[in-house]
Ligand binder design. Structure first.
Ligand code: SF4
Length: 280
């Protein structure tokens, strides 16, 4: 299964307040000190090790220009704050690493382009779907087809947020042929880039849309029903956050009777984020 600016709102304001930004998803100006590079490099290497990557090749001399020590922490700052200093730059670096990816079979099965992700790099809420569909493959943006319109409704009418406030991406970045479910090896190959996206954004909450997203984020094999209805703890490197599982919008289009259950999932997410239901 693959997928398909509004005015300010109570939910928008709540998220903006917590992020210290603007209700329109504006970003705080943040330029990391150059000496943070070595610390960020260590974080990156540690993260790669936790992903099971034991060997990395670096061009000779590539590390020579790095400062010898990280800067002292400013008053009130903790080391854990460093990775979120510039999530937009971190996402751009991850996209650059992905390149014109040929790492899994999906690169040669009719994809038009890689669909990396869309939204606010400082989002408190990230939606993770399964894979791009035909519309997404054409436009290079996740969730823009019919399923995307339903997801927009869930975000805007259901949660009182604007799409530009959240971040949206998929487990695999290339469209599977005939919108088939991505194979486990394809998910395993592509998902390290998803985890790096999540570690860069550091959202307070992730909503997994459908069983492929849930299985890859929670590392289990089982039914969607077995993981719905509760907040999950997940860790990505040194980053810990919460996750809610709900139905994929494409599934809800096929079986609208499950919309009530999906709404319950969204309400749980809203409660955790401190969002109020928008007035109608
Ligand atoms: S799905 Fe991911 S790993 Fe596979 S080719 Fe596309 S970007 Fe690369």
């Amino acid at each position: 299964m693959s997928e398909g600016d509004a005015s300010s709102s109570p939910g928008a304001a709540a998220v903006a307040r917590r992020r210290g930004g603007t209700a329109a998803g504006g970003r705080r100006p943040a330029e990391p000190h150059p000496a943070a590079s070595r610390s960020l490099l260590f974080d990156y290497l540690e993260f790669q090790r936790e992903l099971g990557i034991e060997t990395l090749r670096w061009p000779r001399g590539a590390l020579d220009s790095l400062p010898s020590a990280p800067p002292p922490a400013a008053a009130g700052q903790t080391a854990a704050a460093a990775p979120s200093a510039d999530p937009a730059a971190a996402l751009a670096a991850i996209r650059a690493d992905l390149g014109d990816c040929t790492r899994c079979p999906l690169h040669s099965q009719g994809r038009k382009q890689i669909v990396f992700g869309d939204g606010n790099p400082r989002a408190e809420l990230v939606f993770v779907g399964e894979a791009p569909g035909a519309d997404e493959d054409r436009q290079g943006v996740p969730f823009v087809g019919r399923a995307g319109q339903l997801l927009n409704d869930m975000i805007q009418k259901g949660m009182g947020l604007e799409r530009s406030q959240v971040y949206i991406c998929n487990v695999v970045k290339c469209r599977p042929p005939e919108n088939r479910t991505p194979e486990p090896n394809e998910c395993a190959t592509c998902s390290p880039f998803l985890f790096r996206q999540l570690a860069a954004i550091r959202p307070r909450l992730i909503i997994a849309l459908g069983s492929v997203a849930a299985q890859n984020l929670l590392h289990y094999r089982g039914s969607l029903a077995s993981v719905r209805g509760r907040l999950h703890d997940i860790s990505i490197g040194d980053f810990a956050t919460k996750l809610v599982v709900t139905y994929h919008p494409a599934y809800l289009l096929r079986d609208p009777t499950q919309k009530k259950a999906a709404w319950q999932d969204l309400q749980m997410a809203m409660s955790y984020l401190g969002l109020r239901r928008p007035s109608r």
